[in-house]
Design a protein around this ligand. Structure first.
Ligand SMILES: Cc1cc2nc3c(=O)[nH]c(=O)nc-3n(C[C@H](O)[C@H](O)[C@H](O)COP(=O)(O)OP(=O)(O)OC[C@H]3O[C@@H](n4cnc5c(N)ncnc54)[C@H](O)[C@@H]3O)c2cc1C
Length: 402
Protein backbone atom coordinates (compact mmCIF):
# COMPACT_ATOMS: atom_id res chain seq x y z
CA UNK A 1 0.00 0.00 0.00
CA UNK A 2 1.41 3.48 -0.84
CA UNK A 3 2.56 5.44 2.22
CA UNK A 4 0.33 8.48 1.68
CA UNK A 5 -3.31 7.42 1.33
CA UNK A 6 -4.44 10.97 0.50
CA UNK A 7 -2.70 10.89 -2.86
CA UNK A 8 -3.67 7.35 -3.81
CA UNK A 9 -6.76 5.23 -4.20
CA UNK A 10 -8.41 7.67 -6.59
CA UNK A 11 -10.88 5.26 -8.08
CA UNK A 12 -13.38 5.04 -10.85
CA UNK A 13 -16.91 3.89 -10.10
CA UNK A 14 -17.27 0.10 -10.25
CA UNK A 15 -20.17 -0.97 -12.47
CA UNK A 16 -22.73 -3.08 -10.64
CA UNK A 17 -21.39 -2.21 -7.17
CA UNK A 18 -23.93 -0.88 -4.70
CA UNK A 19 -22.70 1.23 -1.77
CA UNK A 20 -24.46 1.78 1.53
CA UNK A 21 -23.67 5.49 1.41
CA UNK A 22 -22.53 7.68 -1.50
CA UNK A 23 -21.31 11.16 -0.61
CA UNK A 24 -21.38 13.71 -3.41
CA UNK A 25 -18.67 16.37 -3.01
CA UNK A 26 -15.40 15.87 -1.14
CA UNK A 27 -14.67 19.26 0.43
CA UNK A 28 -14.60 19.65 4.20
CA UNK A 29 -18.30 18.76 4.55
CA UNK A 30 -18.16 15.63 2.39
CA UNK A 31 -14.87 14.44 3.85
CA UNK A 32 -16.00 15.00 7.43
CA UNK A 33 -19.23 13.12 6.65
CA UNK A 34 -17.24 10.26 5.12
CA UNK A 35 -15.01 10.05 8.21
CA UNK A 36 -17.90 10.07 10.68
CA UNK A 37 -20.07 7.59 8.77
CA UNK A 38 -17.17 5.18 8.57
CA UNK A 39 -16.03 5.61 12.16
CA UNK A 40 -19.54 5.36 13.66
CA UNK A 41 -20.56 2.50 11.36
CA UNK A 42 -17.35 0.66 10.44
CA UNK A 43 -19.13 -2.08 8.49
CA UNK A 44 -20.71 0.41 6.08
CA UNK A 45 -19.56 0.52 2.48
CA UNK A 46 -18.99 4.21 1.71
CA UNK A 47 -17.87 6.09 -1.39
CA UNK A 48 -17.31 9.77 -2.03
CA UNK A 49 -17.41 11.40 -5.46
CA UNK A 50 -15.15 14.44 -5.92
CA UNK A 51 -14.03 15.67 -9.35
CA UNK A 52 -11.02 17.70 -8.26
CA UNK A 53 -8.45 16.33 -5.81
CA UNK A 54 -6.65 19.70 -5.94
CA UNK A 55 -9.82 21.49 -4.71
CA UNK A 56 -8.96 24.44 -6.94
CA UNK A 57 -12.33 26.18 -6.57
CA UNK A 58 -13.62 24.57 -3.38
CA UNK A 59 -14.69 27.00 -0.67
CA UNK A 60 -12.77 25.09 1.96
CA UNK A 61 -9.34 26.00 0.60
CA UNK A 62 -10.30 29.67 0.39
CA UNK A 63 -11.54 29.96 3.97
CA UNK A 64 -9.97 32.13 6.59
CA UNK A 65 -9.89 29.34 9.17
CA UNK A 66 -11.82 31.05 11.99
CA UNK A 67 -13.39 28.91 14.74
CA UNK A 68 -15.66 30.57 17.31
CA UNK A 69 -18.47 29.97 19.75
CA UNK A 70 -19.79 33.52 19.26
CA UNK A 71 -23.25 32.70 17.91
CA UNK A 72 -26.84 33.24 19.03
CA UNK A 73 -28.51 29.92 18.08
CA UNK A 74 -27.85 27.19 20.68
CA UNK A 75 -27.25 24.73 17.84
CA UNK A 76 -24.44 26.86 16.40
CA UNK A 77 -22.85 27.40 19.82
CA UNK A 78 -22.90 23.68 20.56
CA UNK A 79 -21.65 22.73 17.11
CA UNK A 80 -18.75 25.14 17.61
CA UNK A 81 -17.92 23.73 21.02
CA UNK A 82 -17.74 20.18 19.70
CA UNK A 83 -15.88 21.18 16.53
CA UNK A 84 -13.38 23.37 18.37
CA UNK A 85 -12.40 20.58 20.76
CA UNK A 86 -12.26 18.18 17.86
CA UNK A 87 -9.98 20.51 15.87
CA UNK A 88 -7.68 21.06 18.85
CA UNK A 89 -7.22 17.29 19.22
CA UNK A 90 -7.17 16.73 15.44
CA UNK A 91 -3.40 16.20 14.88
CA UNK A 92 -3.34 13.07 17.04
CA UNK A 93 -6.95 11.85 16.69
CA UNK A 94 -6.67 11.88 12.92
CA UNK A 95 -3.11 10.58 12.65
CA UNK A 96 -2.68 7.88 10.02
CA UNK A 97 0.08 5.27 10.15
CA UNK A 98 1.87 7.17 12.90
CA UNK A 99 1.80 10.43 10.95
CA UNK A 100 0.09 13.40 12.63
CA UNK A 101 -2.57 15.48 10.86
CA UNK A 102 -1.36 19.06 11.46
CA UNK A 103 -3.91 21.90 11.39
CA UNK A 104 -1.76 24.76 12.80
CA UNK A 105 -4.27 25.66 15.51
CA UNK A 106 -3.77 29.17 16.98
CA UNK A 107 -5.62 29.79 20.25
CA UNK A 108 -5.75 33.51 19.49
CA UNK A 109 -9.30 34.23 20.72
CA UNK A 110 -12.18 35.99 18.97
CA UNK A 111 -13.54 39.48 19.58
CA UNK A 112 -16.93 40.80 18.40
CA UNK A 113 -17.32 44.57 18.72
CA UNK A 114 -20.57 46.49 18.30
CA UNK A 115 -21.89 50.07 18.38
CA UNK A 116 -24.37 51.10 21.13
CA UNK A 117 -27.40 50.30 18.92
CA UNK A 118 -26.42 46.60 18.86
CA UNK A 119 -25.70 46.22 22.56
CA UNK A 120 -29.00 44.50 23.36
CA UNK A 121 -28.26 41.77 20.87
CA UNK A 122 -24.63 41.42 21.94
CA UNK A 123 -25.70 41.06 25.59
CA UNK A 124 -28.41 38.52 24.78
CA UNK A 125 -25.90 36.48 22.76
CA UNK A 126 -23.30 36.80 25.53
CA UNK A 127 -25.79 35.40 28.05
CA UNK A 128 -26.66 32.53 25.71
CA UNK A 129 -22.95 31.76 25.27
CA UNK A 130 -22.44 31.79 29.06
CA UNK A 131 -25.42 29.46 29.56
CA UNK A 132 -23.70 27.05 27.18
CA UNK A 133 -20.51 27.14 29.26
CA UNK A 134 -18.42 29.20 26.82
CA UNK A 135 -15.34 31.06 28.05
CA UNK A 136 -16.50 34.57 27.14
CA UNK A 137 -15.89 37.95 28.74
CA UNK A 138 -17.77 41.17 28.23
CA UNK A 139 -15.58 44.22 27.62
CA UNK A 140 -16.89 47.80 27.94
CA UNK A 141 -15.19 50.42 25.70
CA UNK A 142 -12.66 51.36 28.45
CA UNK A 143 -11.75 47.71 28.97
CA UNK A 144 -11.40 47.23 25.20
CA UNK A 145 -9.06 50.22 25.09
CA UNK A 146 -7.00 48.95 28.00
CA UNK A 147 -6.67 45.50 26.38
CA UNK A 148 -6.16 46.67 22.79
CA UNK A 149 -4.64 50.19 22.94
CA UNK A 150 -4.66 50.68 19.16
CA UNK A 151 -8.41 50.28 18.92
CA UNK A 152 -10.68 53.29 18.32
CA UNK A 153 -13.51 52.74 20.80
CA UNK A 154 -15.33 56.10 20.91
CA UNK A 155 -18.20 54.83 18.72
CA UNK A 156 -18.45 51.39 20.37
CA UNK A 157 -20.91 50.10 22.96
CA UNK A 158 -18.78 47.10 23.88
CA UNK A 159 -17.41 43.77 22.83
CA UNK A 160 -17.36 40.10 23.70
CA UNK A 161 -14.04 38.30 23.83
CA UNK A 162 -13.98 34.54 23.52
CA UNK A 163 -10.67 33.38 24.88
CA UNK A 164 -10.58 29.74 23.75
CA UNK A 165 -11.48 30.37 20.11
CA UNK A 166 -8.99 30.81 17.32
CA UNK A 167 -8.15 29.71 13.82
CA UNK A 168 -6.56 26.86 11.90
CA UNK A 169 -5.39 25.84 8.45
CA UNK A 170 -8.48 24.81 6.42
CA UNK A 171 -6.39 22.75 4.00
CA UNK A 172 -4.82 20.80 6.85
CA UNK A 173 -8.27 20.06 8.23
CA UNK A 174 -9.61 18.89 4.87
CA UNK A 175 -6.57 16.75 4.06
CA UNK A 176 -6.67 15.20 7.54
CA UNK A 177 -10.32 14.18 7.19
CA UNK A 178 -9.71 12.88 3.71
CA UNK A 179 -6.63 10.85 4.63
CA UNK A 180 -8.34 9.34 7.65
CA UNK A 181 -11.53 8.52 5.75
CA UNK A 182 -9.52 6.73 3.07
CA UNK A 183 -7.50 4.89 5.72
CA UNK A 184 -10.77 3.69 7.29
CA UNK A 185 -11.90 2.31 3.94
CA UNK A 186 -13.90 5.05 2.20
CA UNK A 187 -13.55 4.89 -1.60
CA UNK A 188 -12.82 8.32 -3.11
CA UNK A 189 -14.02 8.35 -6.73
CA UNK A 190 -12.41 11.04 -8.88
CA UNK A 191 -15.35 12.11 -11.02
CA UNK A 192 -18.20 14.59 -11.29
CA UNK A 193 -21.87 13.86 -10.71
CA UNK A 194 -23.76 14.87 -13.83
CA UNK A 195 -27.27 13.48 -13.30
CA UNK A 196 -29.27 12.21 -10.37
CA UNK A 197 -31.84 9.56 -11.19
CA UNK A 198 -34.86 9.09 -8.94
CA UNK A 199 -38.03 7.09 -8.85
CA UNK A 200 -41.14 8.07 -6.98
CA UNK A 201 -39.77 8.05 -3.42
CA UNK A 202 -36.06 7.33 -3.66
CA UNK A 203 -32.89 8.46 -5.32
CA UNK A 204 -31.65 5.51 -7.34
CA UNK A 205 -28.30 6.49 -8.76
CA UNK A 206 -25.85 9.23 -9.58
CA UNK A 207 -24.54 9.31 -13.12
CA UNK A 208 -20.91 10.41 -13.35
CA UNK A 209 -19.13 12.26 -16.15
CA UNK A 210 -16.35 9.75 -16.84
CA UNK A 211 -17.44 6.55 -15.11
CA UNK A 212 -20.41 5.26 -13.26
CA UNK A 213 -23.23 5.22 -12.45
CA UNK A 214 -22.94 5.06 -8.66
CA UNK A 215 -25.73 3.19 -6.90
CA UNK A 216 -26.30 3.43 -3.16
CA UNK A 217 -28.92 3.07 -0.44
CA UNK A 218 -28.29 6.59 0.79
CA UNK A 219 -26.88 9.70 -0.93
CA UNK A 220 -25.51 12.84 0.72
CA UNK A 221 -25.28 16.09 -1.22
CA UNK A 222 -22.18 17.84 0.16
CA UNK A 223 -21.36 19.96 -2.86
CA UNK A 224 -21.42 23.30 -1.02
CA UNK A 225 -21.99 26.28 -3.32
CA UNK A 226 -22.95 23.80 -6.07
CA UNK A 227 -25.50 21.92 -3.94
CA UNK A 228 -28.65 23.64 -5.24
CA UNK A 229 -27.79 22.57 -8.79
CA UNK A 230 -27.92 18.90 -7.83
CA UNK A 231 -31.08 19.34 -5.78
CA UNK A 232 -32.78 21.09 -8.68
CA UNK A 233 -32.33 17.96 -10.78
CA UNK A 234 -34.60 15.99 -8.46
CA UNK A 235 -37.13 18.77 -7.94
CA UNK A 236 -35.95 19.67 -4.43
CA UNK A 237 -35.87 23.43 -3.89
CA UNK A 238 -32.75 24.47 -2.01
CA UNK A 239 -32.28 28.17 -1.19
CA UNK A 240 -28.47 27.99 -1.31
CA UNK A 241 -26.60 30.39 -3.60
CA UNK A 242 -22.95 30.98 -4.41
CA UNK A 243 -21.92 34.28 -2.79
CA UNK A 244 -18.48 35.59 -3.74
CA UNK A 245 -16.28 36.83 -0.93
CA UNK A 246 -12.77 38.28 -1.04
CA UNK A 247 -10.04 37.37 1.39
CA UNK A 248 -6.87 39.50 1.59
CA UNK A 249 -3.41 39.04 2.99
CA UNK A 250 -2.12 42.40 4.22
CA UNK A 251 0.47 43.93 6.50
CA UNK A 252 -0.09 46.74 8.98
CA UNK A 253 2.81 49.06 8.21
CA UNK A 254 3.09 50.19 11.86
CA UNK A 255 3.69 48.40 15.14
CA UNK A 256 0.48 47.03 16.65
CA UNK A 257 -0.32 44.85 19.65
CA UNK A 258 -1.32 41.19 19.24
CA UNK A 259 -4.99 41.01 18.26
CA UNK A 260 -7.56 38.21 18.39
CA UNK A 261 -9.80 37.42 15.40
CA UNK A 262 -11.70 40.74 15.27
CA UNK A 263 -15.19 41.04 13.80
CA UNK A 264 -17.68 43.92 13.69
CA UNK A 265 -21.29 44.47 12.61
CA UNK A 266 -20.23 45.77 9.18
CA UNK A 267 -18.73 42.31 8.70
CA UNK A 268 -15.12 43.44 8.80
CA UNK A 269 -13.24 40.35 9.98
CA UNK A 270 -9.50 39.70 10.25
CA UNK A 271 -6.86 37.79 12.17
CA UNK A 272 -3.10 37.64 12.26
CA UNK A 273 -1.27 35.43 9.79
CA UNK A 274 2.51 35.15 10.02
CA UNK A 275 3.98 38.65 9.83
CA UNK A 276 0.69 40.09 8.59
CA UNK A 277 -3.06 39.57 8.61
CA UNK A 278 -5.72 37.66 6.72
CA UNK A 279 -9.27 38.94 6.45
CA UNK A 280 -11.88 40.86 4.55
CA UNK A 281 -15.25 42.52 4.65
CA UNK A 282 -18.25 40.53 3.43
CA UNK A 283 -20.54 42.28 0.96
CA UNK A 284 -23.93 40.60 1.50
CA UNK A 285 -25.35 42.48 -1.52
CA UNK A 286 -22.87 40.85 -3.88
CA UNK A 287 -24.76 39.43 -6.90
CA UNK A 288 -25.12 35.67 -6.53
CA UNK A 289 -23.34 33.38 -8.98
CA UNK A 290 -20.22 31.40 -9.77
CA UNK A 291 -17.97 34.39 -10.07
CA UNK A 292 -14.34 33.98 -9.02
CA UNK A 293 -13.07 37.26 -10.52
CA UNK A 294 -10.93 39.29 -8.16
CA UNK A 295 -11.56 43.00 -7.66
CA UNK A 296 -8.07 44.27 -6.81
CA UNK A 297 -9.47 47.65 -5.78
CA UNK A 298 -11.78 46.16 -3.13
CA UNK A 299 -9.23 46.20 -0.33
CA UNK A 300 -8.33 49.84 -0.82
CA UNK A 301 -11.92 50.95 -1.46
CA UNK A 302 -13.77 48.99 1.23
CA UNK A 303 -11.55 47.07 3.65
CA UNK A 304 -8.74 49.51 4.29
CA UNK A 305 -10.97 52.48 5.35
CA UNK A 306 -12.82 50.24 7.81
CA UNK A 307 -9.57 48.83 9.20
CA UNK A 308 -7.87 52.21 9.53
CA UNK A 309 -10.92 53.76 11.19
CA UNK A 310 -11.00 51.03 13.83
CA UNK A 311 -7.23 50.61 14.26
CA UNK A 312 -5.34 53.76 13.13
CA UNK A 313 -1.98 51.90 12.82
CA UNK A 314 -3.52 50.29 9.70
CA UNK A 315 -3.38 53.73 7.98
CA UNK A 316 -0.20 52.39 6.35
CA UNK A 317 -1.61 48.93 5.57
CA UNK A 318 -0.54 47.23 2.37
CA UNK A 319 -2.50 44.49 0.62
CA UNK A 320 -0.22 41.80 -0.79
CA UNK A 321 -2.72 39.32 -2.18
CA UNK A 322 -6.48 39.06 -2.75
CA UNK A 323 -8.36 35.89 -3.59
CA UNK A 324 -12.03 35.10 -4.03
CA UNK A 325 -14.12 32.20 -2.83
CA UNK A 326 -17.77 31.27 -2.55
CA UNK A 327 -20.01 31.12 0.49
CA UNK A 328 -22.74 28.48 0.17
CA UNK A 329 -25.24 31.09 1.34
CA UNK A 330 -28.57 29.96 2.78
CA UNK A 331 -30.87 32.69 1.55
CA UNK A 332 -33.67 31.78 3.96
CA UNK A 333 -31.86 32.51 7.23
CA UNK A 334 -28.06 32.16 7.00
CA UNK A 335 -28.12 28.83 8.81
CA UNK A 336 -27.15 25.38 7.55
CA UNK A 337 -29.50 22.77 6.16
CA UNK A 338 -28.73 19.34 7.61
CA UNK A 339 -31.19 16.58 6.89
CA UNK A 340 -33.28 14.82 4.29
CA UNK A 341 -36.37 15.47 2.25
CA UNK A 342 -39.39 13.34 3.12
CA UNK A 343 -40.35 13.12 -0.56
CA UNK A 344 -37.00 11.51 -1.39
CA UNK A 345 -36.13 9.98 1.93
CA UNK A 346 -32.70 8.55 1.08
CA UNK A 347 -31.33 11.91 -0.16
CA UNK A 348 -29.59 14.03 2.49
CA UNK A 349 -28.14 17.53 2.29
CA UNK A 350 -25.42 19.11 4.42
CA UNK A 351 -24.95 22.61 3.11
CA UNK A 352 -25.85 26.29 3.47
CA UNK A 353 -23.32 27.13 6.19
CA UNK A 354 -23.15 30.76 5.00
CA UNK A 355 -19.59 31.48 6.12
CA UNK A 356 -19.12 29.02 9.00
CA UNK A 357 -18.80 25.68 7.27
CA UNK A 358 -15.17 25.02 8.03
CA UNK A 359 -15.62 25.46 11.77
CA UNK A 360 -18.84 23.42 11.84
CA UNK A 361 -17.71 20.58 9.60
CA UNK A 362 -16.80 18.15 12.41
CA UNK A 363 -20.17 18.59 14.16
CA UNK A 364 -22.11 18.56 10.88
CA UNK A 365 -20.36 15.41 9.65
CA UNK A 366 -21.15 13.64 12.90
CA UNK A 367 -24.76 14.85 12.82
CA UNK A 368 -25.49 13.64 9.30
CA UNK A 369 -23.80 10.30 10.07
CA UNK A 370 -26.09 9.86 13.09
CA UNK A 371 -29.13 10.76 11.04
CA UNK A 372 -28.24 8.22 8.37
CA UNK A 373 -27.25 5.42 10.75
CA UNK A 374 -29.66 5.93 13.65
CA UNK A 375 -32.51 7.78 11.95
CA UNK A 376 -32.14 10.63 14.46
CA UNK A 377 -29.62 13.08 15.90
CA UNK A 378 -28.03 11.47 18.95
CA UNK A 379 -25.44 13.87 20.36
CA UNK A 380 -26.75 17.31 19.33
CA UNK A 381 -30.37 18.03 18.52
CA UNK A 382 -30.17 19.78 15.15
CA UNK A 383 -33.80 19.25 14.14
CA UNK A 384 -34.29 22.99 13.72
CA UNK A 385 -31.62 22.94 11.00
CA UNK A 386 -33.53 20.27 9.06
CA UNK A 387 -35.09 20.60 5.63
CA UNK A 388 -38.61 20.95 7.09
CA UNK A 389 -38.10 24.66 7.76
CA UNK A 390 -37.17 25.17 4.12
CA UNK A 391 -40.33 23.42 2.92
CA UNK A 392 -42.40 25.41 5.41
CA UNK A 393 -40.62 28.67 4.48
CA UNK A 394 -39.97 29.33 8.19
CA UNK A 395 -36.61 31.00 8.79
CA UNK A 396 -34.58 30.15 11.89
CA UNK A 397 -32.04 32.97 11.72
CA UNK A 398 -28.66 33.26 13.34
CA UNK A 399 -28.54 36.61 15.15
CA UNK A 400 -24.86 36.70 16.03
CA UNK A 401 -22.68 38.66 13.64
CA UNK A 402 -22.46 36.34 10.60
C1 LIG B 1 -13.22 33.78 1.70
C2 LIG B 1 -13.90 32.78 2.61
C3 LIG B 1 -13.59 32.79 3.98
C4 LIG B 1 -14.22 31.87 4.82
N1 LIG B 1 -13.84 31.86 6.13
C5 LIG B 1 -14.38 30.92 6.96
C6 LIG B 1 -13.96 30.85 8.31
O1 LIG B 1 -13.15 31.66 8.77
N2 LIG B 1 -14.50 29.88 9.09
C7 LIG B 1 -15.40 28.99 8.62
O2 LIG B 1 -15.87 28.14 9.38
N3 LIG B 1 -15.81 29.03 7.33
C8 LIG B 1 -15.31 29.96 6.49
N4 LIG B 1 -15.73 30.02 5.19
C9 LIG B 1 -16.81 29.11 4.75
C10 LIG B 1 -16.28 27.72 4.46
O3 LIG B 1 -15.16 27.82 3.61
C11 LIG B 1 -17.37 26.88 3.79
O4 LIG B 1 -18.57 26.97 4.55
C12 LIG B 1 -16.96 25.41 3.70
O5 LIG B 1 -15.67 25.28 3.15
C13 LIG B 1 -17.96 24.63 2.86
O6 LIG B 1 -17.46 23.33 2.69
P1 LIG B 1 -18.10 22.35 1.60
O7 LIG B 1 -17.39 21.07 1.72
O8 LIG B 1 -19.57 22.37 1.74
O9 LIG B 1 -17.81 23.08 0.21
P2 LIG B 1 -16.52 22.98 -0.75
O10 LIG B 1 -15.26 23.09 0.02
O11 LIG B 1 -16.74 23.99 -1.83
O12 LIG B 1 -16.61 21.53 -1.32
C14 LIG B 1 -17.62 21.17 -2.24
C15 LIG B 1 -17.01 20.18 -3.20
O13 LIG B 1 -18.05 19.70 -4.07
C16 LIG B 1 -17.44 19.42 -5.30
N5 LIG B 1 -18.47 19.36 -6.34
C17 LIG B 1 -19.13 20.40 -6.94
N6 LIG B 1 -19.98 19.93 -7.88
C18 LIG B 1 -19.88 18.58 -7.85
C19 LIG B 1 -20.51 17.55 -8.57
N7 LIG B 1 -21.42 17.81 -9.54
N8 LIG B 1 -20.18 16.26 -8.31
C20 LIG B 1 -19.27 15.98 -7.33
N9 LIG B 1 -18.63 16.94 -6.62
C21 LIG B 1 -18.95 18.21 -6.87
C22 LIG B 1 -16.45 20.54 -5.51
O14 LIG B 1 -15.42 20.13 -6.42
C23 LIG B 1 -15.94 20.78 -4.10
O15 LIG B 1 -14.70 20.16 -3.84
C24 LIG B 1 -15.14 30.93 4.31
C25 LIG B 1 -15.44 30.93 2.95
C26 LIG B 1 -14.83 31.84 2.10
C27 LIG B 1 -15.17 31.82 0.64
Amino acid sequence: MPSDPSTSLLNRASPGHRYDVAILGGGIMGSSTAYFVKSLFPASDVCLVEPDPTYALASTLRASGGVRVLFSCPENIEMSKFSRDFIKAFPTTMAVAGRDAPVDWVNGGYLFIVPPAHMGLLEANFEAQQRHGCEVEFLAPEALKARFPSMEVSDLGGGVHSTQDGWCDPNGLLQGFRRKAIALGVTYIEDRVTTLVRDDRRLRKAELAASGPVEADVFVNATGAWSAQLCEQVGMPLPVSPLRRFEHYFTCGNPIERLPYVKDVDRLAFRSEGAGFSGGLVDGDEPRGFNFDVDHEYFERVVWPALAQRFPPFESAKCHRTWSGLYEQCELDGNPIIGNWRRLSNFYVVTGFSGHGMMHAPAAGRAIAELIGHGEFRTLDLDRFGYERIEAGKPYPERGIV
